[in-house]
Write a protein that binds this ligand. Structure first.
Ligand SMILES: Cc1ncc(COP(=O)(O)O)c(C=O)c1O
Length: 399
């Protein structure tokens, strides 16, 4: 049997299962304890938790709507290539997405093109730190300065990434992270909200307090799912369970999201995971840099420019492969060598949702090209030098 390395996954230990289980019997203090761990890690004063990045995003929109000066401010500016599920909280909050092309050099929102999309209707600009890559936030903050436009950072897949020694999603006034499976660190699911203005704590408490708490039997099912996930992210069990695991991978578009409160079990698990956060972060940074080295200056491949003074905790290492036949060959050969890769997402937002293609033709060609030529190589903590050597061999032979 050929052992396959999973595409994503926090490598869980037995102690994680134990901490999660014991979390059931902890008091509410476990939330403030985890919040303190995160406040110190992110160097922030304000933190809140919810069940997902999507809910975190939704609650942030509610807060921004409360803070807006004019009711006509309904537009959210975001890149044309990103997770399609980001449109769900926009719709649920009765807001409207406005797309901007991506920058082929950074693979992120083209910050130079944001200005032309600003209007009286703009509520917020949303720099999304795709794949763990830091999107340039400072110039957006400057652009929004002296206006009533907010900047909201989506660091869902970039936990651990820093620029000038500051964590992304803590640079602008508002930000969030995801702790979903497949993200840089996972408590099975979860969302972290960060914000600057201390005075907003009551509003966040109010909205989060309105969410339902998960009933005990659902928490128990969540624990069982966590046990299954802890097995599914290990290469041996992943390979054995692959036919079943494949069914749980996101292959269809989400049309709905559930919102509820974060659980004590997840907070207790988070506290244990954060004891080795430096190791988990370091592996993503280091593996990403090694992959960068493998692809650098290879004709036919494009890799993102990494900003100065950045530490990039890659969620996936993105590479644009110009020749699609070559991309298929690489995917097949890496799989043969025991490494699974992905090509998510195959289409930009304006192709998935044609109503966003208001200008006709293709107003966001860089996003389209990225979506259609992308190859994502996992850089998580279980990827070791041995596997990276295999990647190098495959790429050197094909390039
Ligand atoms: C960039 C981005 N933002 C937000 C989300 C939503 O996070 P969650 O899955 O925790 O709801 C995702 C999830 O894939 C994402 O990739």
């Amino acid at each position: 049997m050929k052992i396959l390395m999973p595409t994503a996954g926090t490598p869980y230990r037995f102690s994680d299962l134990l901490f999660a289980k014991l979390g059931f019997f902890r008091g509410k203090k476990v939330f403030s304890e985890f919040a303190d761990v995160l406040k110190s890690y992110f160097s922030v004063e304000n933190i809140a938790f919810v069940n997902s990045g999507t809910t975190a995003n939704f609650i942030l929109y509610k807060i921004l709507k409360d803070l807006r000066k004019r009711n006509e401010q309904v537009e959210i500016i975001l890149p044309a290539y990103t997770a399609p599920s980001l449109l769900l909280p926009i719709e649920a909050a009765d807001l409207k997405p406005v797309l901007v092309d991506i920058d082929p050099e950074t693979f992120n929102l083209d910050v130079k093109k944001v200005k032309e999309k600003l209007s009286d209707k703009t509520l917020a600009i949303m720099p999304i730190h795709m794949f763990g890559l830091p999107c340039e936030v400072e110039s957006l903050i400057k652009l929004a300065e002296d206006s009533d436009i907010f900047v909201l950072e989506d660091g869902a897949s970039a936990l651990g990434t820093k620029v000038n020694n500051r964590h992304i999603s803590t640079i602008a006034d508002f930000g969030f992270y995801s702790l979903n499976r497949g993200k840089n660190v996972s408590t099975l699911a979860g969302g972290i909200i960060t914000w600057k203005e201390k005075g907003l704590a009551d509003s966040f408490d109010k909205y989060i307090g309105e969410l339902t708490a998960l009933p005990t039997h659902s928490q128990f099912i969540m624990f069982i799912k966590f046990v299954a996930l802890s097995l599914a992210v290990r290469p041996f069990t992943y390979t054995l369970l692959n036919p079943i695991v494949a069914k749980f991978k996101y292959t269809t578009l989400h049309t709905h999201f559930d919102s509820f409160q974060y659980t004590k079990m997840q907070a207790a698990l988070g506290i244990n995971l954060w004891k080795r956060i430096e190791y988990l972060d370091h592996k993503r940074v280091d593996n990403g840099l090694r992959l960068h080295e493998i692809f650098r200056s290879k004709p036919g491949f494009r890799i993102p420019v990494l900003p100065d003074n950045s530490k990039v905790a890659f969620n996936q290492f993105p590479v644009v492969v110009e020749d699609l036949e070559k991309r298929s060959l690489i995917i097949a050969q890496l799989k043969q060598a025991g490494l699974e890769t992905t090509t998510l997402y195959d289409h930009p937002l304006h192709h998935i949702f044609p109503e966003l293609n208001e200008a006709g033709n293709d107003p966001y060609p860089n996003a389209t090209y990225l979506a259609e030529h992308l190859l994502l190589i996992p850089p998580h903590a279980q990827i070791n030098s041995n596997i990276l050597a295999k990647v190098k061999k495959v790429i050197d032979a094909i390039a």
